[in-house]
Write a protein that binds this ligand. Structure first.
Ligand SMILES: Nc1ncnc2c1ncn2[C@@H]1O[C@H](COP(=O)(O)OP(=O)(O)OP(=O)(O)O)[C@@H](O)[C@H]1O
Length: 363
C-alpha cells in the first residue's frame, strides 16, 4: 500500500507527549517526515533533555503507526535540543549559557542548595550540559556537596576563570575563592559586585542550563541579582510551615516585580517517614506549598521528604541523584527537573518553531 502524508500526520497528532500533555505535531517536534511507499521515517526533536524517555517515546509513536493497516518499516530518530529562551527585558544573555535557572528561597535553611545541586544533576543525567553557580555568599555549600571543597578554579589569562568539574557539572562557587572558615561580612553592593563578577568572569562552556543557587532571602542583594542576571525562570524552594511559606511568597513577588517568570515551587522536608516503623508525619505542616501554588496560579513542581539519606549523601559530597540514581528520591528530583525543563521549553514556542516538513517520495 501507499501511504499519504495526511494519514501519517493524523496518526502522529493523536499521540500525546506524557511530559507536556500536548501532541507531538502541534508541539512542532516532528521533523523531516519521509514517506516512501508503505515506509515512514522521521525525526522527533524534543525541546527538553529526556535521555531516559527517548526510547519509550519512540515506542509510543511506533506503536501508533503500527496500527495503520499495511504500514511498512517505521524509522524514528528521537533527540533533544535545548535552545536559549527569553530573559528579562533589556538584559543580555551570558556567553556560553543558553538558560539560567535561579533557585531561591524566602528564608535560609529550607534546602535550597540541596535542591539546586540535585536539580542540576538530574538535568545532566537526562543528557543536558549543566553548570551550577553557588551564589550563596552567606554559606557556600556547593563545593562540599560536590566533593570538590578546597580546590581552586584555574585561570589561563589572569582575568577569567575556568569552572571546576564534578559529576559532569561545571561548577563555580564563592567558596572556591575565599578561605574556608573565614567568615565573610558582605555589604550589599560588595556582594552584588562579587557575584556579578563571578558570573561574568567564569568561562562557561556551552551550557544548556546554568543553575544559580541564590543567597537566601529577598533583600537588596537578591533583588539586584534578579534584575541584572539574565534569568530564564526561577524555582522557589520552601518547607511547608507557615513562616517559610510567608517568606516564599515574598520571593515570588520579588521575581514578579523584575519580570522573571516563576517556573514553580518545590516543597522540601514535606513529610517524614520513620526509618524504623514507617510511620508518616508532617513535621512542618501539610499542603502549604500546593496551596501557595493554587493561590498564585503557578505550578507545584513536587515534594521531597525529610529524609536522612538526602542530608547524609549531600554532606558526603555525592548528592542523592548521583549516589542512588535509580532510587525513590532521585526519581522525585528527576521528575521535578523534567517539569522545569518542559516549562522552559514551552516558553519559546512562539519564537522558534517551523512546521514539520513532509516529503513524499514515490517508491
Ligand atoms: N529533604 C531533606 N531531608 C533531610 N535533610 C535535608 C533535606 N533537604 C536539605 N536537608 C539538609 O538540611 C540542611 C540545610 O540544607 P541546605 O543547605 O540545602 O539549605 P539552604 O536553604 O541552602 O540553606 P542556606 O540558605 O543556609 O544556605 C543541610 O544539612 C541539608 O543536607
Amino acid at each position: 500500500m501507499s501511504l499519504d502524508q495526511q494519514t501519517v500526520t493524523d496518526v502522529l497528532k493523536q499521540v500525546i507527549d506524557p511530559n507536556t500533555g500536548k501532541d507531538f505535531v502541534s508541539a512542532r517536534s516532528v521533523r523531516n517526515v519521509v514517506v516512501k511507499g508503505a515506509d515512514v521515517a522521521f525525526e522527533l526533536e524534543l525541546g527538553y533533555p529526556a535521555k531516559s524517555q527517548h526510547e519509550p517515546i519512540r515506542a509510543l509513536l511506533a506503536d501508533a503507526l503500527a496500527a495503520v493497516p499495511g504500514i511498512g518499516r517505521v524509522d524514528i530518530k528521537v533527540s533533544s535540543k535545548v535552545v536559549a529562551h527569553s530573559v528579562q527585558h533589556g538584559v543580555k544573555l551570558l556567553p556560553g549559557v543558553r538558560n539560567i535557572i535561579a533557585v531561591a528561597s524566602g528564608k535560609g535553611g529550607v534546602g535550597k542548595s540541596t535542591t539546586s545541586v540535585n536539580l542540576a544533576l538530574a538535568l545532566s543525567a537526562e543528557g543536558a550540559r549543566v553548570g551550577i553557580l553557588d551564589a550563596d555568599i552567606y554559606g557556600p555549600s556547593q563545593p562540599q556537596m560536590l566533593g570538590i571543597g578546597g580546590q581552586r578554579p584555574k585561570s589561563e589569562d589572569g582575568k577569567t576563570m575556568i569552572p571546576l568539574e564534578a559529576y559532569g557539572l561545571q561548577a563555580m562557587s564563592i567558596g572556591f575563592l575565599i578561605e574556608q572558615d573565614t567568615p565573610m561580612v558582605w555589604r550589599g553592593p560588595m556582594a552584588t559586585q562579587a557575584l556579578n563578577q563571578m558570573l561574568k568572569d567564569t568561562v562557561w562552556d556551552d551550557l544548556d542550563y546554568l543553575i544559580i543557587d541564590m543567597p537566601p532571602g529577598t533583600g537588596d542583594i537578591q533583588l539586584t541579582l534578579s534584575q541584572s542576571v539574565p534569568v530564564t525562570g526561577a524555582v522557589i524552594v520552601t518547607t511547608p510551615q507557615d513562616i517559610a511559606l510567608l517568606d516564599a511568597r515574598k520571593g515570588l513577588k520579588m521575581f514578579e516585580k523584575v519580570g522573571v517568570p516563576i517556573l514553580g515551587v518545590v516543597e522540601n522536608m514535606s513529610i517524614h517517614i520513620c526509618s524504623k516503623c514507617g510511620h508518616e508525619e508532617h513535621i512542618f505542616g501539610q499542603g502549604g506549598g500546593e496551596k501557595m501554588c493554587t493561590d498564585f496560579n503557578i505550578p507545584f513542581l513536587g515534594a521531597l521528604p525529610l529524609d536522612i539519606q538526602i542530608r547524609s549523601e549531600a554532606d558526603s559530597g555525592a548528592p542523592t541523584v548521583v549516589s542512588d540514581p535509580d532510587g525513590r528520591i532521585a526519581a522525585i528530583y528527576k521528575q521535578i527537573a523534567r517539569k522545569v525543563a518542559v516549562r522552559i521549553a514551552e516558553k519559546s514556542k512562539d519564537m522558534t518553531h517551523k512546521f514539520p516538513s513532509i516529503v513524499i517520495k514515490s517508491s
